[in-house]
Design a protein around this ligand. Structure first.
Ligand code: FE2
Length: 317
């Protein structure tokens, strides 16, 4: 079996995922859910809802009003306007246009082999950070760092910091992998192999040289069909994730899977459904890799297993 090369062929190397875009028939219901999930409103008019995290990007989740609920696509952040022109001139992306929404910026887009809209943005302005819980000291056995002070947490939502990754179901894993690697410069962290000759998916991360980045920014799973699996949002820390679980439970939203710690990526996860069944994940404490981390081949068991937590009843990581 040939594991995909670590080094991409693309001159464009996106630095992160930026936002996910949906259509839904009720912006009130979407906003109510996303507020309970721990996002905050960035902007809204009668047609579009922009929601943000505590980081300084203008938005991480967009909903357009429409007759049906559906996933539209995912956006990635490039370093420069020159990168967008490269995608236009060499990879069939649309001409550079203004990005609508808080923070502005520029955008190009294309359609991947599965019909998913893929946007690449650059030049967004900071809209300022929002308050988020400070990193908490811990009293690990034998190594306490929180002495003389109690833990006192306010009830409430999690604090969504940023979008961390998106998981897409694809018709042909290898064709989709090549499409994304050639255009966005993504590299493999873990490839999922059924046997010596057959791989069904891969966790892909951004190539940022020696800078440490999330274990995965995009996970492609060869499902024989095109689909949205989930989008995952980083929260402040473990207490913040647990606080959000309590809040969403009390609010009556639908829990999907968790709480547990994944094997591949190592993050602590908690999966929920929006009002139309789109899966969204809270996560914290994930792996950070750089160009010194070689690609790895993993099993389906490692994909679906947890280091602790309930057995798999829902999505891949
Ligand atoms: Fe995930």
């Amino acid at each position: 079996m040939t594991t995909s090369p670590l080094q991409p062929t693309s001159p464009v190397r996106v630095r992160d995922v930026a936002f996910v875009r949906f259509q839904a028939p009720d912006l009130d219901a979407m906003e109510q859910f996303l507020l309970a999930f721990g996002m905050q409103r960035a902007a809204r008019d009668e047609h579009t809802l922009y929601m943000r995290g505590t980081d300084d990007e203008g938005f991480v989740h967009v909903t357009h009003l429409g007759d049906t609920a559906r996933f539209i696509g995912v956006a990635f952040e490039a370093d420069s306007l020159a990168d967008l022109h490269t995608l236009t001139e060499h990879h069939g992306f649309t001409p550079v246009a203004e990005l609508a929404g808080p923070g502005g910026g520029s955008v190009v887009h294309a359609t991947d082999p599965n019909g998913h809209r893929v946007e690449v943005v650059a030049g967004r302005d900071s809209v300022g950070r929002l308050p988020s819980p400070a990193p908490a000291p811990r009293n690990a056995a034998g190594a306490p760092t929180r002495v003389g002070a109690p833990v006192r947490l306010d009830a409430g939502t999690s604090h969504v910091k940023r979008l961390g990754h998106c998981v897409l179901e694809v018709i042909d894993f290898r064709a989709s992998e090549a499409w994304y690697k050639e255009r966005l410069g993504l590299v493999t962290s873990d490839e999922i192999a059924l046997d010596e000759h057959t791989s069904i998916g891969a966790f892909l991360r951004c190539d940022q040289g020696d800078r440490f980045v999330d274990h995965h920014t995009l996970f492609l799973i060869g499902a024989g069909r095109a689909g949205f699996n989930h989008a995952a949002f980083e929260v402040a820390d473990f207490d913040d994730l647990m606080r959000g679980n309590t809040h969403l439970t009390n609010a009556g939203y639908t829990h999907q899977w968790g709480i547990g710690r994944h094997i591949l990526g190592s993050q602590i996860y908690d999966y929920w459904l929006d009002p139309w069944g789109h899966m969204v994940e809270h996560w914290t404490d994930g792996d950070l890799f750089n160009d010194q981390t070689p690609p790895h081949t993993a099993s389906l068991g490692e994909l679906l297993g947890s280091q602790w937590g309930p057995i798999h009843g829902g999505p891949p990581a």
